[in-house]
Design a binder for this molecule. Structure first.
Ligand code: CTP
Ligand code: MG
Length: 168
């Protein structure tokens, strides 16, 4: 049976995906590409060098840590599991986003407005939906707006910290 989350629970299970999505930038472009340099039938990289095993692990580690923290605050262990699931969904969405970007002929790191900001968020939502979780719709929309705004801010911060070469 589907479970409907409160606004607070909705935030608690979605914010870990934000952290999971943002943390791989700490790798500073190191890491083994998930696609191992594979090329798709269009002659372009399958995913490109911006999606790595290490990035996946860092994202999962940070995302699940935040999920555990929120679950402790709320006092429900299922929040930790759902936050980890949403982090995994977010990381998968980001990978799918990279696949789409490569098919559009965009180089690794090239900006793709909306797709860049919402690929991980959609992935997180789909993962939770498939697990039978129904979220508070107003909170989902507010966090989508936050994703659109935060992406610009965090990328600018990462650029200033020299973690990224470009401010987007
Ligand atoms: N990253 C990683 N592994 C992942 C996701 C991200 O190593 N699974 C790292 C990469 O160094 C990447 C950086 O985090 O460059 C920022 O992530 P993102 O902005 O999603 O990648 P882009 O550089 O924009 O690459 P793409 O165009 O493929 O999205
Ligand atoms: Mg991206």
């Amino acid at each position: 049976m589907a479970r409907l989350l409160t606004p607070i629970e909705t935030i608690a299970v979605l914010l870990p995906a934000f952290v999971a999505n943002a943390s791989p930038v700490l790798l500073q472009k190191k890491g083994k590409p998930l696609d191992r340099g594979a090329v798709f039938i269009d002659g372009r990289p399958l995913l490109g060098a911006g999606k790595t095993f290490e990035g996946l692990l860092i994202g999962l580690a940070y995302g699940s840590t935040i999920a555990l923290l929120f679950s402790a605050i709320i006092g429900s262990f299922s929040i930790a599991l759902l936050g980890t699931l949403s982090s995994l969904g977010g990381l998968a969405g980001d990978i799918l986003g990279a696949f789409v970007k490569r098919r559009l002929g965009l180089e690794r790191g090239a900006p793709a407005p909306v797709l860049d900001q919402l690929d991980f968020y959609s992935g997180a939502l789909i993962a939770l939906y498939l697990a039978g979780i129904r979220l508070d719709i107003v909170t989902v929309l507010v966090l989508a707006l936050l994703a659109l705004i935060l992406h610009k801010t965090t990328n600018m911060v990462a650029y200033k910290l020299r973690l990224k070469d470009v401010p987007w």
